[in-house]
Design a protein around this ligand. Sequence first.
Ligand code: NI
Length: 177
Amino acid sequence: MAIRNVLRMGDARLWQSAEPVSHFDTQQLHALLVDLRDTMQALDGAGLAAPQIGVALRVVIFGVEHNSRYPDAESVPVTVLINPVITPLGEAMEEDWEGCLSVPGLRGLVPRHAHIRYQGQDEYGALIDRSVSGFHARVVQHECDHLDGILYPMRIRDMTQFGYNEELFPGREMQDE
Ligand code: NI
């Protein structure tokens, strides 16, 4: 078990484009995934990308189990996604609030494609191919942006809709994602 330090916005490594994974089911890849899972769980995140712990590979994990504190939150299957390719399905965009473990304590209103298809592989090289909408689609787009050096504040259209959790949502307990 290794909880890794999550890089924060300003660290130049977060602006880099990550490299594709070429070998699957290796000791190094499994060790990376243990660290990603441990770190995401410890920080109660919805997703985490390898570049956020300083590893420049195209690997993300995400997943949201049903949470009794947030009964309305949609669940997202726990997923390892490697070398992802996202294809928007249709033109529809949706705005919603996002947070990020690399931008702690803040939230912003971010436009994302409402419907996407995403393809990639798991840690064993098995193909993943899903068409999803809403929160699931948002989480995937957010995490995959990290692989291209994009943090969600770069996508905010109206900077008045970006700020500290306590100011935007007084009295509400907010998680970093
Ligand atoms: Ni993030």
